[in-house]
Design a protein around this ligand. Sequence first.
Ligand code: DUC
Ligand code: ZN
Ligand code: ZN
Length: 477
Amino acid sequence: MTVEADLVIRGGRIVTPSGIVEGDLAISGRSILSVGARVDMAKSVIEADGKWIMPGGVDPHAHIEQMSGMGLWNADTFETATKSAAMGGTTSVISFAAQAHGQKLSETVADYEERARRGAMIDHAFHMTLTDIGVPNFEADLERLIGDGHRSLKVFTTYNIQLNDTELLTIFDMARRFGALVCVHAENDAIISQAKASLIASGCTAPKYHAASHPRMAEIEAVERICRFSEYLNQPVMLFHISTVEGVEAVRRAQARGAPVWAETCTHYLFMTEDVLDKPGLEGAKWMCSPPQRTVPDQDALWGALRDGTICLVSSDHAPYRYDESGKLSAGSNAGFHQIANGLPGLETRLPLLFDAMVTNGWGGAEEFVKITSTVPARTYGLPGKGMIAEGMDADIVIWDPSKTVTYGANDLHDNVGYNPWEGTAVTGWPEQVILRGKTIMKDGAFFGSPGDGCWINRPALATQPRVDTPPTASPS
Ligand code: DUC
Ligand code: ZN
Ligand code: ZN
């Protein structure tokens, strides 16, 4: 019996895990019905000659409706952030359920789940950010929550919410036993504190000094230590936002030793350097993030690491703050870099920037673009149905117009940030239509999603890891 499709996208170049296919992409209900074969029975047809048909983007690192380490709320709610993501071609996002100090983990997660359930317009999941392992019922809650579908954790080694080494090892061991990936913001806190103190003592407080306040050695030390912890306990780890040559090399060495470590970088490290911070007055605050943007040789190393797989994906690290007293200027218009919230918006711009570099300008091509922005994030974080165009997968599809050029303006994003850090940047290749589980949520710049359209994605726990201790090199005498 021939099944009638709800929608057929015809004539485009479809990027699938087994190559580029020219033919029909058929959708039935919320799923992909067939890929490549001619389908004549369809309720509606989109003619897509000359367009790329790609899976919706999966952004696995974004801060949404969350309080910062400095006690400031993000500018975005689930509603504004997920609209912005969709406008840029992203259909799934992993944000954070961030534990406040003293808060029971079950309360943290329930709170974020409820806010996302009401507001989110694309599909979503949470990394559980752990800041206080001493709260009642911590271990039992963690085990239950991982079993209930939250299979990734986030810990810090700095930012006023760091865990010490003993606590980190405790979490790694629990994650190993309960089946979760641990994501780490890895920068050495003592190195940053010392650098900050000496800059402030010398009166160097403008935003441009933020770069020097996060010495590359802070990343190097913490990445090496975390890789060793991962190796020691055989615990899978994702190193967030790698920014330096040496950070890449540390990950590469750990992977060569067999440590179960993965790494990401973000768009702002690939396309920006630290000079973005050097602007008159406090203007540079708009680009402040941690780690800071680095240098051209660092960018070259990051691209090289993407090429050889040392870094497996690119996220946005969307961390939205307005350039006013609610955000970047909360400590006033004479604030020092150490009083300014870190983060910049990126959910909407991640894919067009990478499409331009990889598809339009040929760095890697269309398949590689899909891999690092959708397929690998979905696989690494265990998002069932997401990240590829194949029969039975969720019909999360983006139709890209490869010939459309857009130059970003001062305030043309759909988040609640009020500025675009990419103002003046031109990209060629633009998301023309975005489909979430079979429903069009964006077409030609018009948005059709509604709060609550986004579904929480239940992610089965990882297989638990056996512990592999390093064998002793000499017998005790
Ligand atoms: N860095 C982070 O690690 N998180 C949010 C913002 C930032 O700049
Ligand atoms: Zn971080
Ligand atoms: Zn982050």
